[in-house]
Structure formats: C-alpha cells, structure tokens
Design a protein around this ligand. Structure first.
Ligand code: TMP
Length: 197
C-alpha cells in the first residue's frame, strides 16, 4: 500500500486534484481508498463536527488533541494491513503541524511526539498546494465559513508559512503552485504520483 496525502490552506483546489488522482489511479486498475481528516471513521466524523462547529469554544490544545483522537481512530482502522494499492488522504498530520503548530503556535515538539505516539505511518508522498491566502479565500467567498476558517488572515498566513517550511524540511513533501491553471496543477500532481507507480 502507498499512502498519498494532500494539504494546503482553504481554497487551493485540493478536492479537485484528489478526485482527479482517484479517477486516474482507478482507470489504471489500482484499488484506491479515500480518507479525510478529521473524519473517516464514525467516531472521527463526530469529532469533525465538534471541531468545525462555531458553537465549540475550545482551547488550541483541545483542538490539537481532538485532531489526534480522530487521527488515532483513522490510523488504527485503515492504515495498517490495508489491502488497497493506494490510500489517498485529504489532510493528515502535516495539517496539525501547519494549523496547530505554526497557526496556533503550539509546541512542534509536542505535535511530533503525538505523531510518533500514535504510530502515524509516514506518507510515501505529501503534496502541498501553495496559494496566496487572500486568493484562497476569494475562491471560497460563497461558502459557509466554519470555526477554523474563521481564524483570520494572519492565522492563515502563518499556516501557509508552516506548510512552506514543511516542504523544505521533510523529504516526503512536495509543493505545487496552486495559482496555476487547474490543468497544469493536475499534470504536476500526476507526475509526482507517477513516481510511485
Ligand atoms: P477541510 O478538510 O474540510 O478543509 O476541514 C478541515 C479543517 O480542519 C481545515 O480548516 C483544516 C483543519 N485541520 C487542522 O486544523 N488540523 C488538522 O490536523 C487537520 C487534519 C485539519
């Protein structure tokens, strides 16, 4: 099984690219499992509702730990002994480093301990779609904004910097410029995934 994860701030076009890769791999005859974080298990989806609800008045640490509670369920339910050729995951632990580490300013050391502590498999490939924060939100202007999306431009500037830093520091991470034409982004995404075939 190969694990590919997709990351980026709001409005980068992640879902479009995930669907494209899902179809592309399926057409080639590979079995593909699609997951999303937070979520993917019954319990994880309940946690997702709490995390995204504007009625949840929770601290940054609670937010982090709930992300990892959902993640722990997903990892133990799907990531060990998978019979699928590929797992595609819409966000994974890199999001906790970018959002809760760089965005909420929680300890990166603590987050890395949580990643190790719940035995998160390291992805074979993590693609981060990079886009100017204002441009991202412009693309989402008609959507209902959830609790995390209401965190403000400065927060998302920090999250974006976090993702850019991860692309420098971690060898599984590749960055794609999401301001390009969708078709070009699709080609670049496929080229990265093709390395794993
Ligand atoms: P989305 O995947 O539908 O965009 O919603 C998930 C939200 O949760 C998104 O704003 C990013 C955020 N998030 C974190 O803050 N930390 C995490 O570890 C994960 C997986 C997501």
């Amino acid at each position: 099984m190969k694990l590919i994860t997709f990351e980026g701030i709001e409005g980068v076009g992640k879902s479009t690219q995930i669907n494209l890769i899902m179809d592309w791999l399926s057409e080639k005859g590979f079995s593909v499992k699609l997951l999303r974080e937070p979520g993917s298990t019954d319990f994880g989806e309940k946690i997702r509702e709490i995390l995204l609800s504007k009625e949840s008045n929770i601290s940054a640490h609670t937010e982090l730990l709930l992300m990892f509670a959902a993640r722990s369920e997903m990892v133990s339910s799907y990531m060990f002994d998978s019979k699928h050729d590929f797992i595609l995951c819409d966000r994974y632990f890199h999001a906790s480093i970018a959002y809760q580490g760089y965005g909420r300013k929680l300890s990166l050391n603590f987050i890395n301990h949580l990643i190790d502590g719940i035995d998160c498999p390291i992805p074979d490939l993590t693609i981060i779609y990079d886009l100017d924060v204002t441009a991202g939100f412009k693309r989402k202007k008609d959507d209902v904004i959830d609790r995390i999306e209401s965190s403000g431009i400065e927060f998302f500037e920090d999250v974006r910097k976090g993702y850019q830093q991860l692309a420098i520091e971690r060898k599984e991470v590749e960055l794609i410029d999401a301001s390009q034409e969708i078709e070009l982004i699709g080609e670049q995404t496929k080229n990265l995934v093709a390395r794993l075939l």
